[in-house]
Design a protein around this ligand. Structure first.
Ligand SMILES: *Cc1c(COP(=O)(O)O)cnc(C)c1O
Length: 358
């Protein structure tokens, strides 16, 4: 089924930012998609409207108990034919419903979800920047809007999609980052919300992030929440290690966000014949491999940066310099393959690209 939504166009289009100097997530386009949920009625009145502040009751449940979820994906212009395209948006729709289930937010029809993304992107298609390493970042999110101070599931929600023309997530692009292995705070525990994409996971991680920043590190490597022994995620992205020609990432056991970029990396690596493992990897094993000269590469994966190589890892008193602080061959291959597929520079071998207009 194909969903259509009414469009109200802005009468005051904004000036577009300079595409050569684009920060990440700071500028927003002229329109947004909104849709309400009311108990008894379901999701209704999806529409594209001019970008504007939301007016909410100060008692709205989201402000007090944090019932909220979000997603992130990107739109690109195909470098061969200029068509606007998305990357695996069906995966974002499916993950939304898994997150919604965990947070007691009603599910959204997955075709409707993808058509809503297409609708707002196509209205603001002229906002998609075309300079290298830029894209239109898409941020769908849902908040609980019922005005009520008791703790229970909201009977009203708002689903919104906003768009942000963005440059590279890390201003230095593929420059390897320095990571601090966090051994005090934890991000997620089994049975918690680690595998859901929700604001609460981020609010509780900020403190560790700020402390690591103050020590001169760009990001955190999170360890598991129970034993603080196994490597889990890098800040807000998934983590990959190359040890003795084995490419390793943490298994999905409920505490890891099932990244779409993580999945894409695994599929590309497998198709190219790499030895790939989703398995528990202790920080001690990483240190031991480092001392034996077998820890050759590390990188993070996520929609925003795609692939972000790691040049240094600090665990307690141990400083590990990885691949001479240079991007390694596995990270470079994955970046070239995934970004190349997204912008249509290389063939879409896996059928991941979805055109916005057909
Ligand atoms: C969004 C996110 C990721 C990356 O997921 P992608 O689908 O690849 O963008 C990884 N970890 C966390 C905690 C996240 O929120």
């Amino acid at each position: 089924m194909r969903y259509e939504f009414p469009v109200t166009r802005t009468t005051k289009p904004k000036e577009k930012p300079d595409p050569n100097n684009l920060p990440f997530g700071k500028y927003f386009t002229d329109h947004m998609f909104i849709m309400e949920y009311d108990e008894g009625q379901g999701w209704h009145d999806g529409r594209v409207v001019p970008y504007a502040p939301l007016v909410l009751d100060p008692a709205a449940l989201v402000f007090h108990y944090g019932q909220e979820m979000f997603e992130g994906l990107k739109a690109y212009k195909n470098v061969q034919n200029g068509r606007v395209q998305l990357f695996r948006p069906d995966m974002n729709a499916q993950r939304t419903n898994r997150t919604n289930d965990r947070l007691c937010i009603p599910p959204i029809d997955e075709d409707l979800y993808v058509d809503a993304v297409k609708a707002v992107v196509s209205v603001d298609a002229d906002w998609i920047p075309e300079v290298k390493d830029t894209s239109l970042y898409i941020r769908p999110f849902i908040i609980a809007t019922e005005a009520y101070l008791g703790i229970r599931n909201s009977s009203k929600f708002l689903f919104v999609i906003i768009l942000s023309p963005s440059g590279p997530y890390y201003p230095n692009g593929l420059q390897p980052t320095r990571l601090y292995v966090e051994d005090t705070f934890v991000r997620a525990v089994k049975g918690g919300t680690g595998e859901a994409k929700c604001g609460g996971n981020y609010a509780c991680g900020l403190k560790a992030q700020i402390i690591a920043h103050d020590k001169g590190y760009e990001q955190i490597l999170w360890l598991d929440g129970k034993e603080q022994k196994y490597v889990e995620e890098v800040g807000t992205s998934n983590a990959f290690f190359v040890i003795d020609d084995e490419v390793i990432t943490a298994p999905l056991r409920g505490t890891i966000l099932p990244g779409i970029t993580r999945d894409s990396c695994l599929r590309v690596l497998e198709s190219k014949g790499y030895k790939v493992s989703e398995r528990l990897l202790s920080i001690d094993e990483v240190v031991e491999a480092y001392d034996q000269g077998k820890f050759t590469e590390m990188f993070a994966s996520g929609t925003a940066a795609i692939i972000s190589p790691v040049g240094e890892l600090k665990y307690k008193d141990k400083e590990m310099i990885i691949n001479n602080r240079k991007i390694g061959p596995v990270a470079q291959m994955l970046y070239d393959t995934i970004y190349g597929t997204q912008i249509g520079k290389i063939e879409d071998e896996f059928g991941w690209v979805v055109p916005v207009e057909d």
